[in-house]
Every structure is written in structure tokens, then in C-alpha cells.
Design a protein around this ligand. Structure first.
Ligand SMILES: Cc1cc2nc3c(=O)[nH]c(=O)nc-3n(C[C@H](O)[C@H](O)[C@H](O)COP(=O)(O)OP(=O)(O)OC[C@H]3O[C@@H](n4cnc5c(N)ncnc54)[C@H](O)[C@@H]3O)c2cc1C
Length: 421
């Protein structure tokens, strides 16, 4: 690590080179800001979260990577999401182009190792610096503001980098939240996910060839089935711990038991070969108490994470990265790095997260089904599709009033704003 990097003046330090961090870096580097990204991993690195939704198009356009999105090694085109009943017999597809003929209706499934590398290359191409295999350890705090980051480099050297703004894009590692009391879990969404990868599994054809499939299992559990490049599919199950771990502890045995009970998934995997170990995670829904402090803003999963059933994570990561990039650029213009600079950022981001959160609660409510909702309220199909595609900057009162006839809709969370002095 050259001495000069520590003594250089930066406008912004970004912790984490996932989609949220590199989206923010691209916006700020484009605006001519001095940006440095610290990334603890060696890229390309593995990540789950492969299914994009249509409104990802807009942040991807802002950071200038749309022309790279149709590379066959990187993406599979996704035109729909489909919901399959627990007996495998009823398939309800939502085709995005039925709702809008905008280019964004053709979205993508991505290989995250390659996609995240492409986003990082883009940010670097725009002028951002990056220190790979550099682990941010602590926030450097001045009297009343974050002033930078202490980190350990690949060679084991401890460094201190200073800047008026730090963006925490550390994902579920929760760099800031783990140094504060800001983690607030969502106990009602306490689920476990077990997943793996297959090659050569059966795929649908026509408009559904790249669809994300959500296939129900009993007690409101569900499988995801996501076609990826190289004839791979990502396939996983999400459910309550007590349901999954009844009588079994071994992830492989649990996964195979559930596959045998879900005919749609069973049929598709029958002709494929598993090419990866099983991965397990749990307890993942939370929101930080604050999205910003003086000199600091949180983006993507470092701020909040929602159950992945509607594939909202990547949209929220990319969009919050772009929004925070714009807000930090404005703070630099004004020379005002106070937490309150991020009030509008918080309001817009939390509004979007709330819409998705309410839909997730409805999904897990045993009294709710999309079929029933559409039958009772055929006029709200467009509102529902807007939510599913990620068009979140709008009023969903009518939609959630209709859903509330079938499901318990939670009150909005009252935290997530900037820290107050
Ligand atoms: C089971 C599961 C399934 C999912 N499926 C989907 C899906 O289908 N669609 C979807 O949209 N989303 C999905 N998600 C969510 C998605 O994975 C995340 O929302 C997305 O990766 C968030 O991006 P990010 O940039 O915030 O964080 P990440 O992609 O996690 O990037 C954070 C980066 O920060 C680095 N880092 C962490 N700590 C430090 C540190 N101290 N110093 C330096 N670097 C650090 C990490 O190495 C990493 O590269 C899923 C999540 C789970 C758990």
C-alpha cells in the first residue's frame, strides 16, 4: 500500500464493491469526485441474488452499463415471473411486457461473480480507485462526524483513509451496524434459505425460458428456480426453520425431501446434475435504525434487507447506490455533510422498501393468494405489477387496501431516517 494513498485527499470512501457500492462510485466518479472503494474480497467472488427485476434498468442506465447487459456469458434474458402451486399443477405467469412495452420489461438473470466484476470495472473506468482485499475495520470518528475508515490491506498493513463522506456498502456484513446498536431485526420474517446450483436442468420455453419461478411448498415455503448462463440454474428453498428442520438437520437431506414433494421442481431437476455444495443462510430481514450520520450514509444491504421472494434486493442496492451517489455529490457541492442532508434519500428509499415489505408480509400470510386477490379486485392488476417490477416511487394505498381484505398488512417501520444530532 503506497504511503501516498493514505495522505491523498478523497471526497468519498466506499466500503464494499457490490452493486450498491459500485453504483454509488460510478455516479460520483462521473461527477468528477475523488472516490476510493475498499473491498475485502478478491474479485470475481461468489454472491447469491441473481434475479433482477425490470426497474433495475434505470440505475443500470444511469451508470452506463446497459450495452454490456446482453452478453451471453453474463446474463439470461428474463421476461416474466411465475408462481407455481404446491401440487405443481397451476402456473400463474406475470409477463412484464403485458404491463409496459418499455425496454425495461426485458430484464435479466445474472451470474453475480461476473456481473459484480463488470460493475466494478465500470466504476474504475469512470475514475474510481479501488483497493482489493482490503478489509475496513472501523469507522474513524471525529468530535461529531465520521471522518474516514481504518482498514487492513492484503499485506496486513493497517491504514487510515480520510474523507468528508463515507458510504457503507458492505452488504450483509453490516460494517456500520455491527459497530453500533442500529440492527433491528424483523422477527415475523425469520426464514431459512437452503440453495445450490444445477447444470442441464429442464427449462421452460418461449417467453418463460428465462423466468424466475416461485414454486410453493406447504406452510408458505417456496422454491426459487432461476435460469443462469452456462446452462446453470440457481435453485433454493425458503421456509420457517421448524418446517425445514422437522426430523432432519442435513441441508442436502432437507433439500432433497422438499424437491421430492414439489412436482414442478422435481421434474425440472430430474434431468440435471447438481454442480455445487449446499449453502444455508437465515434470519436475514432487518433495517438499520438510521441510514445516515454526519459524514456517513448506508446503502444496499448495509442499510436494510428484505426476504428475497420478490427479488427486490438488487433493485434496492442499485437504486440506493445511485440515489446516495447523487445525495453525496450534492453534499460535496454544499460543503454540508450533516446527516440531515440524507432526509430525502431516506424517505424515498424507505417508501420503496415499505411497499416491497408489505407485499412480502401478504405473501407469507396463510389467508392470502394472488389468485384470490385478482379475482376480487381485477382492477388492481396494474398496481400489483408495478410493485413486482419495482416501480416503487408511487402511491400503493389502493393496492394494499385491497390486500388487507385477505392478509394482515404491517404498519410502516418508523425508523431508518438520518441520525438526529
Ligand atoms: C438467499 C438469498 C437469495 C437472494 N436472491 C435475490 C434475488 O434473486 N434477486 C435479488 O435482487 N436479490 C436477491 N438477494 C439479495 C441480494 O443478494 C442483495 O440484496 C445484494 O447482493 C445487495 O448488494 P450490496 O451491494 O448491498 O451488497 P453485496 O452484494 O453483499 O456486496 C457487499 C460487498 O462488500 C464487501 N465487504 C463487506 N464488508 C467489508 C469490509 N469490512 N471491508 C471491505 N469490503 C467489505 C463484500 O465482500 C461484498 O463484496 C438474495 C439474498 C439472499 C440471502
Amino acid at each position: 500500500m503506497p504511503e501516498s494513498l493514505q495522505t491523498r485527499e478523497y471526497d468519498v470512501i466506499i466500503v464494499g464493491a457490490g452493486p450498491a457500492g459500485t453504483a454509488a462510485a460510478a455516479i460520483l466518479a462521473k461527477a468528477g469526485r475523488q472516490v476510493i472503494i475498499l473491498e475485502k474480497a478478491n474479485f470475481p467472488r461468489y454472491r447469491v441474488g441473481e434475479s433482477l427485476i425490470p426497474y433495475c434498468w434505470f440505475p443500470l442506465q444511469r451508470i452506463g452499463v446497459l450495452d454490456r447487459m446482453n452478453d451471453a456469458g453474463l446474463t439470461v434474458e428474463k421476461r416474466s415471473v411465475q408462481f407455481v402451486s404446491a401440487d405443481g399443477k397451476n402456473v400463474t405467469p406475470f409477463h412484464f411486457f403485458d404491463h409496459s412495452d418499455h425496454e425495461s420489461s426485458r430484464t435479466w438473470q445474472v451470474r453475480r461473480d461476473r456481473f459484480d466484476q463488470m460493475l466494478l470495472d465500470n466504476a474504475v473506468g469512470l475514475g474510481a480507485q479501488v483497493l482489493m482485499e482490503t478489509n475496513a475495520k472501523t469507522l474513524l470518528r471525529g468530535e461529531d462526524s465520521v471522518e474516514g475508515v481504518q482498514a487492513v490491506t492484503k499485506s496486513g498493513q493497517t491504514i487510515e483513509l480520510r474523507a468528508p463522506m463515507t458510504i457503507d456498502a458492505s452488504g450483509r456484513d453490516l460494517f456500520t451496524v455491527s459497530q453500533t446498536d442500529w440492527r433491528i431485526a424483523e422477527p415475523a420474517l425469520k426464514k431459512i434459505a437452503i440453495w445450490t446450483y444445477y447444470q442441464g436442468a429442464k427449462r421452460d420455453c418461449g417467453n418463460d425460458v428465462g423466468a424466475t419461478t416461485v414454486a410453493y411448498v406447504p406452510e408458505k415455503g417456496w422454491f426459487w428456480f432461476i435460469p443462469l448462463p452456462d446452462d446453470m440454474v440457481s435453485v433454493g428453498i425458503v421456509a420457517e426453520r421448524d418446517y425445514l428442520y422437522r426430523g432432519e438437520r442435513d441441508p442436502k437431506a432437507i433439500f432433497e425431501r422438499e424437491v421430492s414433494g414439489q412436482p414442478w421442481i422435481r421434474e425440472r431437476l430430474a434431468r440435471g446434475e447438481r454442480v455445487s455444495d449446499f449453502r444455508v443462510t437465515g434470519d436475514y430481514s432487518y433495517r438499520a435504525r438510521h441510514c445516515a450520520a454526519n459524514g456517513l450514509v448506508l446503502v444496499g444491504d448495509a442499510f436494510a434487507f428484505l426476504d428475497p421472494v420478490f427479488s427486490s434486493g438488487m433493485l434496492l442496492a442499485l437504486q440506493s447506490g445511485v440515489m446516495a451517489g447523487d445525495a453525496v455529490d450534492e453534499a460535496l457541492k454544499l460543503g454540508d455533510f450533516s446527516a440531515s442532508q440524507f432526509s430525502a434519500y431516506s424517505e424515498r428509499l424507505c417508501h420503496g422498501i415499505e411497499a416491497m415489505r408489505q407485499l412480502v408480509f401478504a405473501f407469507y400470510d396463510t389467508a392470502f393468494s394472488f389468485g384470490q386477490l385478482m379475482k376480487a379486485h381485477p382492477n388492481i392488476r396494474a398496481d400489483l405489477t408495478d410493485c413486482l417490477i419495482g416501480n416503487l416511487d408511487r402511491d400503493f394505498t389502493t393496492l394494499f387496501d385491497a390486500i388487507a381484505e385477505f392478509a394482515c398488512i404491517p404498519d410502516p417501520l418508523i425508523y431508518g431516517g438520518p441520525e438526529k444530532p
